[in-house]
Write a protein that binds this ligand. Sequence first.
Ligand SMILES: Nc1ncnc2c1ncn2[C@@H]1O[C@H](COP(=O)(O)OP(=O)(O)OP(=O)(O)O)[C@@H](O)[C@H]1O
Length: 347
Amino acid sequence: MSDKRSLLPKADRTPWTPLHAKLHRTIRSRHLFERNQRLLIAVSGGQDSLCLIKILLDLQPKWGWYLSIAHCDHCWRSDSQANAKHVENLAKNWSVSFYLRTANEPLKSEAAARNWRYQALSAIAQENQFHCIVTGHTASDRAETLLYNLIRGTGADGLQALTWQRLLDNSILLVRPLLEITRMQTGQFCQDFLVPVWEDSTNQDLKFARNRIRQNVLPYLQENFNPQVESVLAQTAEILQAEVEYLEQAAYQLRKEAMVTSTGEEGNLYNPYSIKLNRRVLQKAPLALQRRVMRQVLQEIIQSGCTFEQIEKLIALISAPNRSQSDPFPGGAIAQVQGDWIYLKQL
Ligand SMILES: Nc1ncnc2c1ncn2[C@@H]1O[C@H](COP(=O)(O)OP(=O)(O)OP(=O)(O)O)[C@@H](O)[C@H]1O
């Protein structure tokens, strides 16, 4: 494995800007990266990820990172191959190693494309000893995600969905260092320093909900309610992130307590076939934590997301008469009250 540092010749570096200073500060204060770390940067060719890689290349001499670029060709658009070539050429110009993954067949939906992309990026990272994948999600993406999930009804967890760091399935860390920088700022940066952005034609396509939020809803809110709507929504996501983390930890503790049997023996937290919850313990807890415990438990037995109604059915059992039981949940499990306990069983 070559460990040639990706170091831009001085002439190719952009001058130090407030955006450089901001990102440098964010990385340091949030401990996003360490010195000399190997970082795999996911570059679509759009303004956000190009701004990201350009600034990271400029910061590289201070941090000693080894930077590489990964691009995923979804085969979605007629120009996707040309897009990939464009990113490859930029990587070559910047003397950065480049990894490409191409989908075997066109991906049908945004969600399918995203899933495939994270799998592809993880595979590249794993094969090439990167423990960290870096994406160009911005404060604007955060605001859009918050609005999108609010409309879908995901609750606080969905509203804080774009976090600074997230562990992917294979223990590779996904890091999003641009969450305090808006799309307006990345666009201005690329324009000022002639960064050749590849315009993604699907960004204009209003058949995608996210584009309608970006192009119709947010400008409307900006004009008619609050010119700073994007920043305040991103800030709300930041606040919610800490609150959700706190509540999830508290719920985990409560669940542990509720699973301890009268003999002091601990129920198996991870075995969906042996879940029993103590109603006396749950009755004393606030509703917010009761709901989170029930959601954690349900997700394990259903093996996917659960609905508000399903959670509320379980909540009702906390104070229901003895022998009450729920209707079967998807997958066939039911919940049943036996004295102080709620048992969750596969039928
Ligand atoms: N085809 C791709 N190949 C590699 N990384 C990608 C690709 N598409 C998106 N990403 C990564 O995911 C981030 C967010 O993706 P999203 O779809 O919101 O961005 P985009 O509008 O396609 O492009 P950009 O964020 O670069 O302007 C990007 O900033 C980039 O880091």
